[in-house]
Ligand binder design. Sequence first.
Ligand code: ZN
Length: 178
Amino acid sequence: MSDAREGSNQSLSQQHIFTDIDEKWMKLALSAASRAAVEGEVPVGAVIVKHNSLIAQASNSPIEFSDPTAHAEIIAIRKAAEKMKNYRLPETTLYVTLEPCVMCIGAIIHARIERLVFGANDPKTGAVCSLYTIGSDSRLNHTLNINGGLLAEQCAQLLKDFFKQKRMSKKIAKKEIM
Ligand code: ZN
């Protein structure tokens, strides 16, 4: 996971495809991301929705759980599968504030999630459109509907503020040692 840039041009041109309902759920994902930042985790949040009902929400928590797989998407998928008592999550939409990484897009496909909506692009580890295009690889036997760029600026800003704060506290710590 890494510093996110502004939403891409592609994202901007897709803005019209989003509804108020999409925005409502992404805002909930954003609040989950903010909670991660408070805990000192990279601020990424995810929610899973079925027929406009909330199934699961999660914040990125690898440090808290000492678990490199504890990305927001993975935790949300685990919670949703438990709740739905199903290892597949048909007819669901996963909203996440940052473009998923290789691991998460893999899990999203395994879960048979119907639609993925993400906020900011992740040029460093994004596996949906930035670094790889796994979500739309036609060799896979699951078709995932993907819409990127929803509230991209807010999602990216949260990450930028987090890393800026981190750099600042590192500088302060250095000065204190000297
Ligand atoms: Zn991930």
